[in-house]
Design a protein around this ligand. Structure first.
Ligand SMILES: C[S@@+](CC[C@H](N)C(=O)[O-])C[C@H]1O[C@@H](n2cnc3c(N)ncnc32)[C@H](O)[C@@H]1O
Length: 248
């Protein structure tokens, strides 16, 4: 019998979040590389939406956000450019929930976050999403052309993310929120911002910045490699990401 709900969960109250233990309840996949800890969408969902609301994750990966929607009684749309991710998400949202949680609809299909053609204007109550961080993790090994994790050039990545931002603004209802987690990188040993550039794109399409939350990173797979490099070139390990919350 799987444990459906977290044993200990408290809503975050500050702008620094840290989850040394990645949530393992329900069908979450703690070992999947590149997903976000379920505590992140759970915090966004509980703080910025109510039961029966419609939540969108248009880069849903293996479905962490969608699982949390089902567990908290929110309707949800999950899209991903990668059919394998869509299959994984569909499997991960297949479980029975307790009777006291409102029954909801969870729709999962292949789609491009830059063109949410089947999502109506002003129809979504909350967006909670987590794009690739350029090509730091490649989700389709270069095999899916429209996969944003194939893009190495940061200017090009930001241009494509501007299309994602515009679509977020179009589909979200006024006064509602969009949470997006994004990290930075290092190029030729120099700290190379991605997060603040993406933040700027969201502001340019019309959003107001409600929160800039620093999320501490744990269990980075690249750590042993970088530990060597940082000694050699004298730089610091990047151990944080930004969770921006925008208001339409
Ligand atoms: C960081 S992962 C998301 C992980 C997710 N939060 C989870 O917990 O499983 C980024 C996802 O974006 C997807 N993706 C890349 N380009 C996309 C695009 N143009 N439209 C939709 N999804 C895309 C990738 O396939 C990958 O699954």
């Amino acid at each position: 019998m799987i444990k459906l709900q977290p044993e200990k969960f408290e809503l975050e109250t500050t702008t620094v979040w840290s989850f040394p233990e990645r949530g393992k309840w329900a069908t979450h996949q703690p070992n999947f590389r590149g997903n976000w800890a379920p505590q992140i969408p759970r915090n966004l969902i509980l703080r910025y939406s109510k039961p029966k609301d419609l939540v969108l994750d248009q880069m849903c990966g293996c479905g962490t956000t969608l699982i949390e929607c089902k567990l908290t009684g929110r309707n949800a749309i999950g899209l991903d450019i990668n059919p394998k991710m869509v299959e994984m998400t569909k499997n991960n949202v297949k479980f029975d929930i307790d009777e006291d949680i409102p029954k909801t609809e969870i729709l999962v299909e292949v789609g491009d976050a830059r063109n949410l053609k089947d999502v109506k204007d002003n129809s979504v109550d909350l967006i909670a999403t987590h794009p690739p961080y350029v090509d730091i993790i490649k989700y389709s090994d270069g095999k899916i052309e429209r996969d944003l994790s194939n893009i190495h050039n940061i200017d090009k990545f930001c241009e494509e993310m501007e299309k994602v931002a515009s679509e977020c603004f179009r589909v979200l209802k006024p006064k509602k929120y969009c949470g997006i987690l994004i990290g930075d990188t290092r190029r030729k040993t120099y700290f190379t911002p991605i997060a603040y550039r993406i933040m700027q794109k969201f502001i340019e399409v019309g959003f107001k910045l409600k929160e800039d939350i620093i999320k501490q990173q744990w269990n980075c797979e690249t750590t042993p490699y970088w530990t060597e490099k940082l000694k050699e070139y004298n730089f610091l390990l990047i151990m944080h990401e930004h969770l921006f919350v925008f208001e339409k």
